[in-house]
Every structure is written in structure tokens, then in C-alpha cells.
Design a binder for this molecule. Sequence first.
Ligand code: FAD
Length: 366
Amino acid sequence: MERTEPESGNRRRVVVIGGGIAGSLASKSLQFDSDVTLIDPKEYFEITWASLRSMVEPSFAERTLINHKKYLQNGRVVTSPAVNITNSEVVTADGLVFGYDYLVLATGHNDVLPKTRQEKLSQYQSEYEKIKSCESILIVGGGPSGVELAAEIAVDFPEKKVTLVHNGPRLLEFVGQKAADKAFDWLNTKKVEVILNQRVDLSSASDGDKNYRTSGGETVHADCYFLCIGKPLSSEWLKGTVLNDNLDGKGRLMVDEYLRVKGRKNVFAIGDITDIPEMKQGYIAEKHASVATKNIKLLMSGGNEKKLSSYKPGSDIAIISLGRKDSLAQFPFMTVSGCVPGLLKSKDLFVGKTRKARGLDPNIVD
Ligand SMILES: Cc1cc2nc3c(=O)[nH]c(=O)nc-3n(C[C@H](O)[C@H](O)[C@H](O)COP(=O)(O)OP(=O)(O)OC[C@H]3O[C@@H](n4cnc5c(N)ncnc54)[C@H](O)[C@@H]3O)c2cc1C
């Protein structure tokens, strides 16, 4: 194992684990106040909710895949997953060891993604070619990824036969019934066949045969398929660390109102990995990042703990884009779909806004 020494003697060492929505913003905000190390298995940050558009328009990914070094110019980027945490150090799979004064955990969901931005761009190009060359497409999973992908394909390639199979009783189980019904109806108007309450056996199609059997005895013919099933939290690895007792039964890190891992003074957790009872959304993960970084700055400057900022969950809002113009928005007081809520998300998918929050030009990729 190789220990790394801080570059700037007296600055406090902050290690951020996970360069997703929450971790990218946290490390960017702390870079001029501390000696920041960002640990992530990939060299880039991805605007997750724009990934489905990139599958039908690969060039869209140019703005949504951002090398960590672009927004973290005054920090260290380590491209390797974290595998262990002690009370004072973080160890990566590459065997590097980083001491910390403050630790921020932001590992969100586990996804196997290419290590380099270029590889990820090529992956989108291949997925696009696959969609273009197939007449019929099977989408497995009716959560946000499955619904948004079905919508993107239905709008950009209306001639394709799209079938979405979901094992639950309704689409988009993280939002209300009304929103689920609206998504179902919208997909129907675009001639997407939605099959609910059934599982699809992906091994049932033998070579050359493109017929997939479902648990309900139906057969779906498809030239290709995309798996859009929810990803588990990236917290399993924490079981072998000093934070094992800080995980709840669902593998989420239990935090206090200041977003510190309960019982710990210098360890914070933000984003989807926390146990806060609220919808798991990127805009919420960004709010966590601002509260946690404000608190870390206060503690680093010797501020009074009584002045720490509390995080209070707000109203849950969810917006699901339905192709390039429409979307479905669930607000606390109403649920609407169509081109009016579509103005909120569907054209740019908040890409410009997300880039700007990280100090980058919303439009230009350099
Ligand atoms: C299709 C879809 C549409 C969505 N639309 C919206 C939307 O419109 N608005 C919205 O607000 N939210 C949306 N969301 C939700 C949003 O994407 C998540 O809430 C958000 O990504 C959570 O951010 P995070 O930083 O907690 O985790 P993530 O963004 O998942 O980032 C986790 C990071 O941690 C890294 N990591 C994992 N394990 C390790 C490890 N051991 N060591 C180091 N690094 C590790 C990963 O590589 C990744 O970079 C959508 C999600 C999906 C799937």
C-alpha cells in the first residue's frame, strides 16, 4: 500500500468518495478551502438523467460526460474505487491510502461504467447503432430509465416496435399512481406496448430466434433488448469498514440533521446513499452537497458546532422526460404531463444548469 502526502502543508485534508451528482459538487465547492481528494472509479462525472437521450443522440453526451479535472482544478482526482475506510484513512482498490481530516461519502448507486470518457462516448455510439439497426426493441424495466428510454426511442424512431416489460403492477413505482397512469397512457399513444406484472426470461431466445418468453406466457419478438433495472446502492463495500454499524437494514448510511454519519464528527454522507426519508433525486443530492460543504467549511475554520446548518427535506418533486418535448411532472399539489411540463426538462434535460453549477460553460465543451 502506498501512502500519499498532502500537497499543501497546513490545509485540512478532505476526501470525497464518489464523483456523481453529489460528490462532484461537494469536491468542487471545497477545492479552494481544503486539500481535496476525489475518489471515483471513473475519470469523469456523468449527468445521469441525460444518459437516455445520449442513446438516441450520441453527440448529446459531449456535454454530459465531464472529466473530473475540468471542475476540480485545485484538487486531486483518484481513478479507482474506495475499498476500505478506517478512522483516519481511505484505501483504494489500487492500494493507495489517503489520510483525511474530513470524509464525504457520496457513492450513490452501483453501476459498472467504462473508466474513460472516450470509452463511454463510444458506448453511446454503439447503443445508438444498435437502436438504429433494430426494427423491434425490448426494454426490460419500467422505472425512470425504462420509461425515459422507451419515450426517447418512440419519439426519435416512431417506426420501431417498442415493447416495455415491467415486473411490477405499475410503471414508475417511485411516484404516485396518477403519474404512473399518465406515463402508461403517453406510451400507449406512441404505440409502445407496455406489459405489466410480468418478468421476461432473457435466456429464452436461442441464437437467431428473437422471441422472448414472459412469466405470463406471452412471447415478445425483439431484435435487441435493453436492461433498465434499478441499480443497488454502492454501500456493500462499507460493511468491511469502520462504518459497518452506521448502515441501516437497507444499506443506507444513517445521518444526523447536519448530514454527518450518526455518531461521527468528521464523516459526512450525501446523496442517494443516505437514509433520509425523501425521494432519491439529483437536485436533492445537490442540496445535501451544499449543506455538508457549508458545515465542513465551518468546522475547518474552527467555527462553533452550534452554528452547523441543518438539512430539512423539502417537498418531493419528480420530472420524467417523455422524449424531446413532453414530460411528466409530479408536484406535491398536482401531477401534469405534456409539453408544458416538458418545457422544464425535456429539451436540455437540465444539462446546462448542472454544468453551470460546477463552474463550466453550459454549452461549450473544451
Ligand atoms: C433515468 C433517471 C432519470 C433521473 N432523472 C432525474 C431528474 O430529472 N432530476 C433529478 O433530480 N434526479 C433524477 N434522477 C436521480 C438522480 O440521478 C440521482 O438521485 C443522483 O444521481 C444521485 O446522486 P449521488 O451523487 O448520490 O449518486 P450518483 O450520481 O449515483 O453517483 C455515485 C458516484 O459514486 C461512485 N462510486 C460508487 N461506488 C464507489 C466506490 N466504492 N468508490 C468510489 N466511488 C464510487 C460512482 O462511480 C458515481 O460516480 C434520475 C435517475 C435516473 C436513473
